[in-house]
Design a protein around this ligand. Structure first.
Ligand code: ADA
Length: 559
């Protein structure tokens, strides 16, 4: 997240007017005639609130904003779901079709101060309008303004909108700084960690971007043990942008993930942004609580499944020393999607926005896309290639991956830096008449590793990006059967021991951190309570028996 010291910034969080409308024929032209009959908080998922639970339709959020007359402004949204249109004084100024991706809209200058802002959010599934999100995904799709909103009055004159920092050498502290938009001849004042600024004149630009190198004098490389952060501020006279960053480099070599040249085993969980009371609109205290719980289990790793996580969460990961696998939204899509140009474009757009908006988080060490796509079909290749190409071009300083459930049949593993397999031995069991399914876990992992060796991919780190078993909180069972806390404890104990002992495994993201709401209809047949119950914590973050077992194992790990 950036700060802009020369812009007047105001949080738009708070109480807004609200109207829910389930009229399927609703038309943008009627935006001025809505009868707002309720109040709502921002951020919120309106359908996580008792009055609108489970409803699908359009949620209109309205409030007044003040923009000094004659001045341009912008509104920064951190997440609006499932999709949204933004209106100022009845005129559409923006729209967003990627539920968890931050974005901005520009507010043109006018000769009056008071403006009416309406955000139309819709939580209806419709592939034609919003191809990224579908009803078959195994997590509940909410509507509303999920995360913080901020209004920024822009300075007159040139603005600075984006600043990126890459570590070139974690030993010397050499970094590359990228800033845009600029023009040749612009004079920039640049300061690090609040020190006296130095002046640079923009000589050459690439597009509208200026790149320069710098050597930090005093630093410790960022790591989970010592998550040291720095700041850089660039000022062009009219605008000033600053960001935090860390000095760290990540690489994949000989089957290991290297952080600042040293092998690190990734121990952690997949995490949805979800809570029964708030849906995906989690308060800051919950984000911190989740990380405290993960730290308490001895984790150093979080997979943000299956979409970009709250920027505040990434800030906390930077500060608390978590390593993050960030992914753009995808879930089980198939050739039908990967051959649809509209779907491919939407994937590229949301993934490009993810790269731009989380560029400076040292916690984010790898990026992925298309969780469990149909990656065993040749027809899917073009879409996978396009996303890999995009990630390589826009951010060559992070590792690239995708979570596959096709394992040995996957055709595209050669394209990525890290192999991520989602596997569910002993849960979605291959042999339903096996009375001791837990015996399936280790052979399945070994089978994966052998396959990668035989295929010549042993150099790429192998991560188990999902593995887990369901347990209903409080359900204890003397024979340790499916759905019992005991079964889950045994399952995760066997898995974690293997991960810790086996050098060919670079890490694990256990499925999942906490239970979360999913299908509402018959899709939930394997999902008692309509929740995905594979959480080590339940949806209120109450620990199941597995929590203590995982904590003992992860915390006892000696590198
Ligand atoms: C998949 C998927 C998860 C979840 C999991 C499960 O691997 O990626 O989102 O649905 O299966 O619980 O079955």
């Amino acid at each position: 997240m950036y700060s802009f010291s020369k812009r007047n910034s105001e949080s738009l969080n708070g109480i807004w007017d609200f109207k829910f409308n389930d009229d399927h024929n609703w038309n943008d032209e009627n935006i001025g005639s809505i009868n707002y009959d309720d109040r709502i908080t921002v951020p919120s998922a309106f359908d996580a609130m008792p009055a609108y639970n489970g409803k699908r339709g359009v949620g209109f959020y309205r409030r007044c904003i003040n923009v000094p007359s004659g001045r341009r402004a912008k509104i920064n949204f951190n997440a609006v779901g499932m999709y949204a249109k933004i209106f100022i004084d009845g005129r559409k100024v923006g729209e967003q079709y990627a539920a968890y991706t931050p974005f901005s809209v520009n507010i043109p200058a006018e000769d009056r101060e008071k403006r009416e802002l309406v955000v139309m959010t819709c939580n209806r599934f419709d592939y034609e309008i919003y191809p990224l999100h579908e009803i078959f995904f195994d997590f509940y799709a909410y509507g509303g303004i999920f995360r913080d909103i901020e209004l920024q009055v822009l300075p007159d004159g040139d603005t600075l909108d984006w600043l990126g920092v890459d570590t070139l050498d974690y030993r010397s502290g050499e970094i590359k700084v990228r800033v845009k938009p600029v023009k040749p001849g612009n004079v920039l004042k640049i300061s690090f960690d609040g020190e006296t600024p130095e002046t640079l004149t923009v000589d050459k630009v690439s597009g509208n971007e200026f790149v320069f190198k710098h050597q930090l004098a005093d630093f410790t490389p960022w790591s989970p043990e010592l998550p040291e952060l720095h700041t850089v501020c660039v000022d062009n006279g009219t605008d000033s942008i600053s960001t935090r960053f860390g000095i760290r480099q990540v690489a994949a070599q000989n089957g290991k993930i290297l952080l600042n040249g040293k092998a690190v085993k990734l121990l952690g969980y997949c995490r949805h942004e979800a809570h029964p009371q708030y849906g995906p609109a989690l308060p800051l205290s919950q984000l911190i609580a989740d990380l405290q719980l993960l730290r308490g289990l001895g984790c150093n790793f979080v997979r943000g499944s299956h979409y970009q996580q709250d920027p505040r969460f990434l800030e906390l990961c930077d500060e608390m020393g978590f390593l993050v696998f960030e992914e753009s939204m995808g879930w089980g899509q198939s050739v039908k999607h990967f051959t649809d140009p509209v779907f491919i474009e939407a994937q590229i757009k949301q993934t490009a926005a993810m790269i731009e908006t989380s560029y400076n988080h040292p916690s984010v060490i790898m990026r992925g896309f298309l969780n469990e796509g149909e990656s065993d079909k040749e027809e899917s290749r073009g879409c996978y290639e396009a996303l890999v190409k995009l990630l390589k071009a826009k951010d060559p300083h992070r590792l690239i991956t995708y979570a596959s459930n096709r394992e040995e049949r996957d055709l595209f593993l050669e394209m990525v830096d890290v192999i991520c397999f989602n596997i569910y031995p002993a849960w979605y069991s291959e042999n339903r008449s096996n009375e001791s399914p837990l015996d399936e876990i280790i052979p399945r992992i070994h089978r994966n590793i052998n396959h990668l060796k035989e295929r010549g991919l042993a150099d790429k780190p192998y991560i188990i990006s999902e593995i887990g078993a369901g347990a209903i909180y409080g359900w204890r069972d003397p024979i340790c059967a499916y759905w019992s806390e005991e079964y889950q404890r045994e399952y995760l104990s066997i898995t974690c021991k293997e991960v810790l002992d086996n050098d060919a495994i670079a890490g694990v993201a256990l499925w999942q951190f906490c239970d979360c709401r999913t299908y509402r209809g018959s899709g939930a047949l394997g999902r008692p309570r309509s929740f995905n119950n594979k959480g080590t914590f339940d949806e209120y973050r109450r620990p199941k028996l597995a929590a203590e077992a995982v904590a003992n194992l992860f915390k006892g790990y000696k590198k």
